[in-house]
Every structure is written in C-alpha cells, then in structure tokens.
Write a protein that binds this ligand. Structure first.
Ligand code: NAD
Length: 469
C-alpha cells in the first residue's frame, strides 16, 4: 500500500515513482471513469467520516486543540456536506452540454464533454487538515481521477489518521496517501501529474508552480494573505464585533479566510474595539485559556512568530500567552499603524488589529495598494458602499456582514486571485478544476454539405462563403 504509519516511518521517497506509476496504470485502465465508481468512492469517504469521526476528532484535538464541535462544523461535517451536495448533483454536472452550431456547419451537433484529467496531486496544509485534504479529494474523485494526497507534516496526528483510514475505505489502486514533508513533496513534484492542487503559503506555491512547468502541469493554488474587514460608521457594532470575533478566533485565527485586520472607518474604532473586547468575553469567558471552545497554536515556531506581533498596538483584549500550552489569548489590538509588524504579513493567528481610516475612499485605497486578498469583508448598511467595493476592489471573495461563511455556500467557487491564488474549487467548480472540457463536433458523412468550402473556389462558392462566414 502507498503509505506507512507515521509513527514508524513516512513514505519512502524511493517508493514514490512506483506509487504514481500504479495510480497511472489504474487511471489508464479506465477504472475511475464510470459514474458508479465515483459515487461508490464518495459514499465510502462519507462512511469513513461518520464511522471514524472519533479518530479524526482526536487527531484534530492533538494537532490543533480543535474543539469537537469546531472539528464538526469546519472539517468533518463540512466535507460530509460537500460529498452530499456532489452526490446529489454529479450526474447533472457531468452531463454533456449541447451547444448550437453555426449555419455554415449545419447540419451538425456540438457538445462539451467532461473528461477526467488523469492522476492528480493534492498537497494540503495543517490548519484544516481534514477539510483541506478531503474537500479537494472529493472533487478529484468526482471528476474521475486517480489521486495522491500529501497531507501536512505539521498536523502529524491528522496526517497519520488519514494515511491509516483512507486506504481502509477507498480504492487503494486509485487513491494513495503519501505522508511526509519537504523531501516527500519534492519527490512527488518530480513526478508527472495531470493536475497539482496545492493549498498553503505563497512561497511554497512558487516551488510547486516551478516544478509543474517541467511537465506543463496545470496548477490550482489555494493561498492566503491579509483579508481586510471594513467597518462603516452607523452599523450595529455589537453584531459586527461578534461576527468578526467568531470569524477571527475560530481555530485560534489559523484560518486562510479569517479577517486579518479591521479597517475602522471614521469614528468607529473606539466603540468597535469596546464591542470586540465584550464579544471575546461573551464567547470565551474572562479566561479563554479555560474555554472548551478555543483552540491552540499549531507549534512553537508559529507561537513565537505570533507572540512577536503583540506589541504592534494597544492591547484592547487578550494579550496573554503560554508557550508550554501553545496558547495565545484571543487578542484585539487598537491604534495600530499600517507600518507595524502585525500589518506586514498574513497574521494567521488570534490577533486582530484595528486600523483607523478616515473614509471609504481611504479604505478602498488601503486595500488596493496591497496584494489582492483571499477575502474582503465589509460591514455596512449602504448599498452604494457594497456596489463600490464590488466594482472597485479585487479579492478571491467578498463578504458583506459575515466573514468566512461564503465557504459554506456549496455553489460559490472558492479560490483566490493574484497573490491569494489561482483557480477555485468546491462543488461544480471542483469538476471544472479536475476535468478537461472536451469540445466535440459531430457531423454526418451522409450528405456532403461541405462541398462549398472545398477548392476550387468558384465565384458562386465565394459568394456563398462570404455570406455564410
Ligand atoms: P504547510 O506548512 O502545512 O505547507 C503546506 C504544504 O506544503 C504541506 O503539505 C507541506 O508539506 C508542503 N510543503 C512545504 N514545503 C514544501 C516545499 N519546499 N516543496 C513542496 N511542498 C512543500 O502549510 P502553510 O503553508 O503554513 O499553510 C498556511 C498558509 O496556507 C497560509 O498562508 C494560509 O492562508 C494558506 N491557506 C490557504 C487556504 C486556502 O484554501 N486558500 C487554506 C488554508 C491555508
């Protein structure tokens, strides 16, 4: 089988070419193409998620201190929903689509036909290690591909659980798990794939894309960045603060689409900061370290990186840390200047800076002067503001009144733009990503209506051709 248990040793890099060759042989045999195979695999994956829920919850708890309900809503249950939606609509997504044929070619039929790409590589990160491994896999399988999954070595318990469980439920001749870090990823990237689906940071994305060049392999890059949240004066600040706190402090802020920072327009900063502090206490109590609903930082490296950002502004809420426990309190920083360290890179942790901007124009300028974010959020009652943000800014997604939840709308493609990524997935968008759309033109040989196009071109033919085309 294509994996070994993480506690023993990870997949040997020398085994990787053989693993990929095995998957290619399976794909070439046509095994993964029938709708029945795809459905059976998706159902088996669903069964795994329900039967093995305790194992997965335990792994997520061990890697990220993830509370079980959060593990359900953002990971396990999320993928179950993705599977259910896919099973419901797959046949219609795969149905060939008739398109009309120009008069000059009539009578003929034309259609768009989906075909799987072949063998795809899915490389996933540590922050939602179940969701971000399995949601792409759902798309890869639904589109009829064979696949290798390379989970993140930084969520080792979840990586080991997936490597152990997936082969017990899925067709091992078509789906393999390769555990490991840089050496294993590098060995995988040396292989020829028909698509590479990478989720993670933009520095590694460049390595992935450079490797893909060699085999002219298409890539999907699901990256991150600083996703701003603009707060307009006059909105319900208590509701806004609760929703911001929810979006930011879920998974201790280690969410690619978490609001990275707030742009408080006009005089909203002071009252918003007060409401944010109140929302944190309401959700996690006066000592969030004891809250059953609050997670931990993934490792010491990220803990140290985040701790160094805490003096970038005035601590309005939180601020407490415990390295032993990898705990950083849900923290709100007020009076943050744009040139402070916390505003330099994606925070990816439970620190929410509030930056003042005088008006909407300044907020839009602030956003547009920086890399295109994975998500832009705005809390506003104004349709004009919504319209302006829709047309005057660019981001992977745009959320009014609620952060991160666009992910839960199955038919909204999920992906970034510019530095936040390329390509998208979820539901039908996954079928687009993991399929080739083949153009098929079908013209009968019974009657040769094409004679007019053949040489020699007489004056009569020329008149007809010029009229038709
Ligand atoms: P990570 O460190 O787990 O890396 C991601 C994957 O890349 C892992 O499987 C890892 O083994 C592999 N990798 C690391 N170095 C490599 C190399 N040199 N060559 C090939 N592969 C290599 O995760 P991360 O990058 O810290 O993830 C966090 C980032 O991902 C953040 O920027 C976050 O915003 C982004 N993210 C984006 C999404 C999204 O859906 N758009 C989701 C989650 C995270």
């Amino acid at each position: 089988m294509a994996h070994t248990n993480a506690s023993e040793s990870l997949t040997l890099t020398s085994e990787i070419p053989q693993i990929v060759a095995g998957l290619r042989a399976t794909f070439d045999s046509g095994r993964t193409k029938p709708l029945s195979w795809r459905r059976a695999q998706l159902r088996a994956l669903r069964r795994m998620l329900t039967e093995e829920r305790p194992t997965l919850e335990k792994a997520l708890r061990s890697d990220l201190g993830k509370p079980p309900v959060e593990a359900h809503t953002t990971e396990i249950g999320f993928v179950v929903n993705e599977i259910d939606h896919t099973l419901r609509h797959l046949a219609s997504w795969l149905r060939p689509q008739r398109v009309s044929v120009p008069v000059a070619l009539a009578p003929a039929r034309a259609r768009r036909v989906r075909e799987p790409l072949g063998v795809v590589l899915v490389v996933s990160p540590w922050n939602y290690p179940v969701n971000l491994s399995l949601a792409p896999l759902v798309g890869a399988i639904a589109a009829g591909n064979a696949a290798v999954l390379k989970p993140s070595e930084l969520a080792p318990a979840t990586s080991a659980a997936l490597a152990d469980l997936l082969p017990r439920y899925l067709d091992t001749s078509a789906v393999a798990v390769v555990e490991g870090g840089v050496p294993e990823s590098t060995a995988l990237l040396a292989e020829r794939f028909d698509h590479i689906f990478y989720t993670g940071n933009a520095a590694v994305a460049r390595i992935v894309m450079a490797a893909a060049v060699r085999h002219l392999t298409p890539v999907t890059l699901e990256l991150g960045g600083k996703s701003p949240a603009i707060v307009d004066p006059g909105v319900d600040l208590a509701t806004t603060a609760r929703r911001l706190a929810w979006g930011k402090f879920t998974n201790a802020g280690q969410t690619c689409v978490a609001p990275d920072y707030v742009l408080a327009v006009g005089d909203t900063a002071e009252p918003l900061q007060r409401e944010l502090a109140a929302a944190v206490t309401e959700m996690f109590g006066t000592d969030p370290a004891t809250s059953a609903d609050y997670g931990r930082i993934v490792n010491e490296r990220h803990f140290d990186r985040l701790s160094a950002l805490l003096d970038s502004g005035k601590v309005v809420a939180g601020g407490r840390t415990d390295r032993e426990e990898l705990y950083i309190a849900p923290t709100v920083l007020g009076d943050v200047e744009p040139d402070t360290p916390v505003m330099a890179e994606e925070i990816f942790g439970p620190i929410l800076p509030v930056v003042r901007v005088p008006d909407l124009d300044a907020a839009i300028r602030f956003v547009n002067e920086r890399d295109k974010p994975l998500a832009l959020y705005a809390f506003t009652d104004s349709d004009t503001t919504k319209r302006r943000l829709t047309t005057e800014t660019s981001s992977g997604a745009l959320g009014f009144g609620l952060p991160i939840a666009h992910l839960a709308v199955p038919d909204l493609p999920f992906g970034g733009v510019g530095e936040s990524g390329m390509g998208a997935y979820h539901s039908a968008a996954s079928i687009d990503t993991f399929s080739h759309t083949k153009s098929v033109l079908d013209k009968s040989l019974l009657m040769d209506t094409m004679r007019v196009a053949y040489a020699p071109v007489s004056q009569a033919k020329e008149r007809i051709l010029r009229r038709l085309l």
